[in-house]
Design a protein around this ligand. Structure first.
Ligand code: MN
Length: 129
């Protein structure tokens, strides 16, 4: 699948690209929120991996902006953040994300979790907790 990765940390970008390309996926990169929003519009990816700690606008604001674009209605957004607190998970879901993965990225589980999130697709609006 085509995956848009919105992430400002080069090491994380490299790791995500390495892990996902090894499983046959294609990566499009954006290094901040505005670039990510613009790239999502043109690339129409199958899934978006969204860092929460970004310069300029944080991942929550990026998620809200992405959710205003009806062209992306069917595209799951998975938040990726080093914050391990439950409140951030709730905030990510409230902002329009469909799932949540924690850093540091575990190379053994991360690609499988990303693929599972893609298979699960968008959260049902009614069923959302
Ligand atoms: Mn970051």
């Amino acid at each position: 699948m085509n995956i848009l990765v919105i992430e400002d940390n080069e090491q994380n970008l490299y790791l995500v690209r390495f892990l996902m390309e090894a499983r046959g996926h294609r990566i499009v990169e954006a290094r901040d929120g505005p670039e990510g929003i613009a790239t999502a519009q043109t690339a129409l990816p199958d899934l978006i991996l969204l860092d929460i700690q970004l310069p300029q606008m944080d991942g929550y604001a990026v998620a809200r902006a992405l959710r205003e674009n009806s062209a992306l209605d069917g595209v799951p957004i998975v938040a990726v953040t080093s914050y391990a607190m439950n409140g951030d998970q709730v905030k990510a879901l409230a902002a329009g994300c469909d799932g949540y993965l924690e850093k540091p990225i575990d190379p053994d589980t991360f690609p499988i979790q990303v693929e599972a999130a893609a298979a699960a697709g968008r959260r049902s609006q009614e069923g959302a907790a």
